[in-house]
Design a protein. Structure first.
Length: 168
């Protein structure tokens, strides 16, 4: 694979990479920064990529590893760069349509899930990966992936059911 081929394949992945970055960071500006860093890192280390493996998996791993490093840096800086949930623009709901409201409520509940539950759920449900692919991507056993997705779905259903009970 040439550098130009690598670059064009990476560009084609940008929408999916941004969605994953957003699921990791839960912040639009942080997701953009993370995606930019991941692309820069990938372009610098493109020769380390094994063309026998899908590029999207490699890029998701780069994103995830960079985010883990960023979290560690933020812990050292005592939480700098985080926005309170009530101030986050991504969580605001507009009164336009029932579907939009419901989608934002589901998104809010997914964002409230612990990271170890939301990542496998989003990779399987939003990105279409198989359990085995998510297992390889996150470096955890496939049984753990299945368990976490089940727990995430159960938590979402109970949270949304409680919300419906309040609305009625």
């Amino acid at each position: 694979m040439t550098f130009d081929q690598f670059k064009s394949e990476m560009i084609a992945l940008l929408p999916r990479l941004r969605r994953f970055a957003l699921s990791l960071t839960q912040s639009g500006p942080d997701a953009d920064d993370l995606l930019q860093d991941a692309c820069a890192t990938a372009l610098q280390k493109w020769e380390q990529y094994d063309p026998a493996q899908p590029l999207d998996r490699w890029m998701f791993r780069v994103l995830r590893n960079l985010w883990i490093s960023e979290i560690r840096k933020r812990r050292v800086r005592l939480g700098a760069g985080q926005v309170a949930a009530e101030e986050a623009t991504e969580l605001r709901v507009e009164d336009t349509a029932t579907d939009t409201i419901a989608a934002k409520q589901v998104r809010g509940h997914v964002e409230d899930l612990p990271e170890n539950l939301s990542q496998p759920l989003l990779l399987v449900c939003a990105e279409g990966y198989s359990y085995r692919e998510v297992s390889e991507l996150l470096g955890i056993p496939i049984g753990t992936v299945m368990s976490r997705i089940h727990r995430a779905r159960t938590t979402l259903v109970s949270g949304l059911s409680a919300l419906e009970g309040v609305a009625e």
